[in-house]
Design a protein around this ligand. Structure first.
Ligand code: BES
Ligand code: MN
Ligand code: ZN
Length: 511
């Protein structure tokens, strides 16, 4: 899809299939809406009295207005003007995007980003527009046999209308949004693909394909033997229960500028890399501590941390971010097999610490701990792991906020700021040392579960034991990586948050 800016001052003369204008509650027209209303001799004000109230989330289609060249004007409700914020804008763009996809138009214009909104910049609003449009055209048909019954959206070109002087900022936002959307689409596809298609080898191939597509990316996929040689006894103990071989993926972005004779030596490209580590359980049956049957299909989404890492790396490469970023994925299946972990088994992690596996379903931390030890070699500026780690996090935060854990206040604040900027909500939970004692084991250095209370926190505490070498944060996306129900599907989160954080940490932080 093509993303562009439109800067005409006479909006009523722009010829498009669908033009979105914003209306606040109580009949307050945005400047674009006012332009259209005047050109059409009050066609908008005429419907505000009865048919349209400007309620957030609502929309109304007006066709063939005289004096207006757009085929349809889509009135998009923005709610109370006093409460209008970044999320309100993003939701309004999403309403319009959904309309465009459902109406099967091929091109459209939105004027919503031109509306002032506290706490945002124009670039951020243009980015939100591109992300909303990009997300609306995501289309899953990979495993459907009758693809003709599920036609792909037709939208090919979308434009954001802004004042002429704002076009450069809008362009920056569109480019970033386009990259975020394409990273989210990859993340969602990998999540939605079934476990018998999206295997560890499939994730490895995806990384290699990305490296083939983008010059700044290099992929390395380690197999069983190499993982053994590294001494990742904890990761391998989880993989052992399955016939599917594990994969340990390293995907590295080196900014194009870094190769040009140190020309930009003062840019962030010369700084220590930022490392993302993803949990890549392509299926989590629980292992010998088998999960109940109900909803178990959703454990194909247990690789969404890995998917978000690959999606973010795609976006990083698309923007050629001026900062070295390394994506690491530890991927395997958790199955009850003859060689599977048994409750009570003691395994030795790459760090040398021994772990008592009291519950084989707490496998994410067993996989991640070895990846967290592995990445020490990069001497990272920061390491962020992303994992569908605990049901307890879903109990605590539901499906709205991703759980953020970090003992580094600077890193935590940077991630919370990025989360706000990107409309990708995150809530910080504590990891006080006082919780660590729940992980005491009689037979190993540490137990892999911490009892019934504070499950999301004790999982983070477990990981923290392997992160002494660098500033570290952990994102528990168990409640936010996908939605259940009839509209089941991966969300693409937290790609927007990760990308915003990386943009902020790179030389491209201009908005
Ligand atoms: N992948 C699950 C966590 C999960 C559960 C994510 C539901 C999303 C929805 C993880 O491997 C797991 O099974 N965790 C256990 C830990 C427990 C045994 C300490 C859990 O949360 O029940
Ligand atoms: Mn599990
Ligand atoms: Zn799991």
């Amino acid at each position: 899809m093509e993303f562009s800016t439109l800067t005409t001052s006479s909006l009523h003369q722009s010829k498009t299939a669908a033009l979105a204008v914003g209306i606040f509650k109580d009949g307050v027209l945005s400047p674009a809406a006012d332009t259209i209303d005047q050109a059409s001799e009050g066609a908008i004000r005429a419907v505000l009295k009865s048919e349209f109230t400007g309620k957030a989330g609502s929309h109304l289609v007006l066709r063939n207005l005289s004096g207006v060249r757009a085929e349809r004007i889509i009135l998009v409700g923005l709610g109370d003007q006093k409460k209008y914020q970044a999320t309100g804008h993003a939701s309004a763009e999403a309403v319009f995007a959904r309309y465009c996809v459902d109406a099967r138009v091929t091109e459209a214009v939105s004027s919503l980003a031109s509306i002032d909104c506290p706490g945002t910049t124009l670039a951020a609003r243009a980015r939100a527009f591109a992300v909303a449009m990009g997300n609306a055209v995501y289309h899953y048909d990979a495993t459907l046999s009758k693809k003709a019954d599920h036609p792909a959206p037709r939208l090919k070109k979308v434009s954001t209308w802004v004042a002429r002087g704002d076009a450069p900022d809008a362009r920056t936002g569109l480019d970033q949004g386009k990259a975020v959307a394409s990273g989210m689409a990859l993340c969602r596809l990998l999540g939605d693909l079934p476990g018998n298609v999206c295997t560890p080898a499939y994730l490895g191939q995806t990384a290699k394909d990305l490296a083939g597509e983008f010059k700044t990316l290099k992929a390395e996929v380690l197999g069983q033997k190499q993982i053994e040689a590294l001494g990742m006894g904890s990761f391998l103990s989880v993989a052992a229960g399955s016939m599917e071989p594990p994969a340990f993926i390293v995907l590295r972005h080196t900014p194009a500028s870094a190769g040009s004779g140190g020309k930009k030596a003062s840019t962030p490209a010369g700084q220590a890399p930022i490392v993302l580590v993803g949990k890549g359980l392509t299926f989590d049956s629980g292992g010998i501590s088998l999960k109940p049957a109900k909803g178990m299909d959703e454990m194909k989404y247990d690789m969404c941390g890995a998917a978000s890492v690959l999606g973010t790396m795609r976006a990083v490469a698309e923007l050629d971010l001026d900062r070295e970023v390394i994506g690491v994925v530890a991927s395997c299946e958790n199955m009850p097999g003859q060689r599977a972990n048994k409750p009570g088994d003691v395994v030795t992690s790459m760090s040398g610490q021994t772990i008592e596996v009291l519950n084989t379903d707490a496998e994410g931390r067993l996989v991640l701990c070895d990846a967290l030890t592995y990445v020490e070699r990069f001497k990272p500026a920061a390491v962020i792991d992303i994992a569908t780690l605990t049901g307890a996090c879903v109990v605590a935060l539901g499906h709205v906020n991703t759980g953020l854990f970090s003992s580094d206040d600077t890193l935590a604040t940077q991630l919370l700021d990025a989360s706000r900027e990107a409309n990708d909500p995150t809530w910080r939970l504590p990891i006080d040392d006082a919780y660590q004692k729940q992980l005491k084991s009689r037979f190993a250095d540490i137990a892999n579960i911490g009892g019934p209370s504070a499950g999301a926190i004790t999982a983070a505490c477990f990981l923290s034991r392997f992160t002494d070498a660098y500033p570290w944060a952990h994102l528990d996306i168990a409640g936010t990586a996908w939605t259940t129900g009839s509209n089941k599907g991966a969300s693409g989160r937290p790609v927007p948050l990760l990308m915003q954080y990386l943009i902020d940490q790179s030389g491209q932080a201009n908005s």
